[in-house]
Design a protein around this ligand. Sequence first.
Ligand code: ZN
Ligand code: FE
Length: 256
Amino acid sequence: MLEILQLPVLADNYIYLLHEPISGKTAVVDPAVAEPVIAALNAQGWQLDYILNTHHHHDHIGANLQLKQLTNCKIIAAEADQHRIPDIDITVNHNDQFQLGKQIIQVIATPGHTSGHIVFYCAESQALFCGDTLFSLGCGRLFEGSAEQMWQSLQRIKQLPTDTRIYCAHEYTLNNGKFALFVEPDNVDLQQRISEVKQLPAINRSTLPSTLAQEIATNPFLRTNSVSICNALKITEDNEIRVFTELRKLKDTFQA
Ligand code: ZN
Ligand code: FE
């Protein structure tokens, strides 16, 4: 099993440190900044072997070169992002696998937020590091992909085992919850999730990881087959991509 540390950084980003205890191998997912990563590595007595990037946005790669210089680690990122993530050592594509010590990490391409976006899935540790593709109660904005592409990407995630833990790159849950409740006010699981989130302490309020089962039950972007969401959007035809398209558009301008 991977040991997983969650480091809250910047306004609402999470960096994840992954440690495979048998081999001692360590990776960091989406290091926005270096200092908290270095501090955590030192506190644990771990040495950094790999940086895993989900996509090229600065709040996910900001500390790549500094960490590489300090630790001599290798950068693993999508081949599609080769031109815009500097100094990648190992390029990967959809369905590629690599090992972090004894644990196998699978790459799943999830274009939509960006065209090169990938997520990292570890079946044995039941963990998904999904960057800005899936958030708790929400999903990433469409900067470079179509709604249909993003919907397909989310379907890939939806097919994973439902006990998979969802490690997103941002703490957006409470805000996402307002929109989720707006489009599906009668969802009891959603109501309960939001009331649990609100009861967390205001400082270091981490709502992650969630689980895929929890997201399938509460996240509107994984519930494009929900009758009450279709009703809220006044869509009568059976067309999940259309539901997703409308949901994403509505969320882009939604004011809580
Ligand atoms: Zn992003
Ligand atoms: Fe981001």
